[in-house]
Design a protein around this ligand. Structure first.
Ligand SMILES: [Zn+2]
Length: 318
């Protein structure tokens, strides 16, 4: 057992229960909700978040790890309200996604690490709500110079606070390997690192290579993007099963990368996304778990992936 930060205050890892490892409620851009509030239907997003997560609670969901950072328009009071009214625990994030503020580009990683540490130990925006995970992101093209500042800052905040790291990667280009190299250089315990969006590839040789390094793997895009660049949900599920079969079922976690409002996508794309996944946060429960069982996964495998692994990840146990 360990005590971690949730948006409603300290929580015992024993209470995490069925956990989705990479989700969002609202995705937008830094500062939009304060400066151009007309851009986001805040009340609509809250009521949708409460109803969709409340429905998921009815089908067994207990916790989401919400990896929304400042540059994804993190709205910490929104997460607090959605958690309280839906009954779903939300672990929220410090860190930075792909839209790295220009003011970070010219400073030492320690300066940025200090900001992350403050959000973990003191709180976010004077709310007293503390972050429970550190998010970083590197995408197509790999780790840029400013992306490296973020990785090093996250590494140092991890070592200072003990809070784990969750990454966004572009798996088709094996970007997880570049992230691991920076974390190794910083001396981070790779057991405290989760390499996310790893099911944008079906390359199990790449994934097992990362697992052998000691990180956790996030198979956290479901049903996944509707492009030829990445696998469909069946391909993603086959990959999860291959990792379980190869003995890695205690080192993987699943999620959707879902959000009830994805304001960085066009209205047309948002509608298409809704049609493609009408189950939202419940796609894994309704479609993926039954399919994994068909492929041969046991109830114990499922309990490991959704309950035991998130708990051990936060506890730092092996
Ligand atoms: Zn995400």
């Amino acid at each position: 057992m360990a005590i971690i930060n949730s948006v409603l205050g300290p929580m015992d890892t024993a209470d995490l229960g069925f956990t989705l490892s990479h989700e969002h409620v609202l995705v937008s851009s830094a500062g939009i909700q304060y400066v151009y509030p007309e851009f986001i239907d805040r009340e609509g997003t809250i009521s949708k978040g409460v109803s969709e997560l409340g429905a998921a609670h009815g089908e067994g969901l207990r916790t989401i790890i919400d990896v929304t950072t400042i540059d994804l328009g993190r709205d910490i009071r929104m997460l607090e309200q959605v958690s309280r009214e839906s009954g779903i625990n939300i672990v929220c994030a410090t860190g930075t996604w792909r839209d790295i503020p220009r003011v970070f580009w010219t400073v030492e990683p320690d300066v940025v690490a200090g900001l992350y540490i403050r959000e973990i130990e003191v709180g976010i925006e004077d709310t007293g709500i503390k972050a429970g995970i550190i998010k970083v992101a590197n995408d197509m093209g790999g780790v840029t110079p400013e992306g490296e500042i973020i990785l090093r800052a996250a590494a140092r905040a991890q070592k200072a606070t003990g809070v784990p790291i969750s990454t966004h990667t572009w798996a088709p280009e094996r970007v997880g390997e570049q992230q691991v190299a920076v974390f190794e250089d910083e001396g981070v315990d790779l057991n405290r690192v989760y390499v996310g969006h790893s099911n944008d590839t079906t390359d199990t040789e790449y994934l097992i290579g990362l697992l052998e390094k000691g990180v956790w793997i996030g198979l956290d895009r479901y049903p996944g993007r509707q492009t030829e660049l990445t696998p469909d949900w069946e391909g993603r599920t086959q990959t999860a099963w291959k990792l379980i079969e190869a003995g890695w079922g205690r080192r993987i976690m699943l999620g959707h990368d879902w959000s009830v409002t994805l304001s960085i996508a066009s209205r047309e794309m948002q509608e298409q996304r809704q049609r493609y996944n009408p189950d939202g946060y419940l796609f894994i429960t309704r479609r993926v778990i039954p399919r994994l069982k068909e492929l041969g996964a046991s109830d114990e495998d499922i309990a490991n992936i959704f309950v035991d692994n998130p708990r051990r990840f936060f506890e730092g146990g092996r």
